[in-house]
Design a protein around this ligand. Sequence first.
Ligand code: NDP
Length: 288
Amino acid sequence: MNTTKVTVVGLGPMGRAMAAAYLDAGYEVTVWNRSAGKDTELVARGAHRAADVAEAVTASPLVVLSLIDVEAMYGTLGEADLTGRVLANLSSDLPDKARAAARWAEERGAAYLTGGVNVPPAGIGQEGSSIFVSGPREVYEEHRPALDLLAATDYRGADPGYAQLYYQLNMILFWTAYTGWYQAVAVARANGLTASDILPYAGYTADTMRGFYTESAALVDADDHSGVDQRLAMCAASVEHVLHTAADSGVDTSILAAHAELYRRGVEAGYGAESSSRLIGLLAAEAA
Ligand code: NDP
């Protein structure tokens, strides 16, 4: 089997970066995209433009998909013969969507790997970049060199949902932090400050988060909420100050109000003297 042949289906910024990384590494690259015009630079660099998706799939043993989401794969691959192919779907989606996609591919005679890409397109092929991968271990091992070329793979097990689960867990941290940054900038601006003015302090806070996670993880896993350094009642008061500073500044408070409501419920539930990690139980109860 020629393992230096690869097909990339989906040429948004991410798929284009992936195809370019394969060209840089000397792979024979076949590309296909739903709408025309996105492969021009790649073709100029030597990529083969498949006439249709069926040709794209048969051109290489490994077919990397980079689509808006996992479900876009169904309509994209359509009736193409997938027998004997390995589909590495590096599109983001829900864990259960990845599991269903793996079943769909396997019913059509293909092996399926799920990927969750942890970097923007500029990070593809760069030192320090990573991709969560899950699916059958032997398929992963066989195609690991091709996937590592995009970003260092972090194999999360045979369950095809797990790469997406780990990815989404990271995204919970990412999006809440990024929205927090936008919220802080909105309050700063309402008070005559700029994003650049608060950047050094935002950087400091981001750096300290690792310490908070590290200190908290073992205690949370042991269900130990006795820590008195961050009493929930103190945290709830602080969160109220945040909410009211935003309100007094005349900015939207909907996110901070939901935040404050959670802390209030923790205090009302009688956890005021315990660690704020008690909130994890409240959040888990919401989901149950
Ligand atoms: P884009 O949305 O720019 O590109 C998506 C690709 O999916 C295009 O090829 C597009 O085709 C195709 N597509 C969109 N809708 C459909 C549909 N309904 N049916 C079939 N094909 C469709 O995304 P990116 O390239 O930025 O990202 C690709 C994947 O990588 C996403 O899952 C994203 O979450 C993930 N990712 C992206 C990151 C980033 O920073 N960009 C970072 C980490 C992960 P067409 O050109 O015809 O519209």
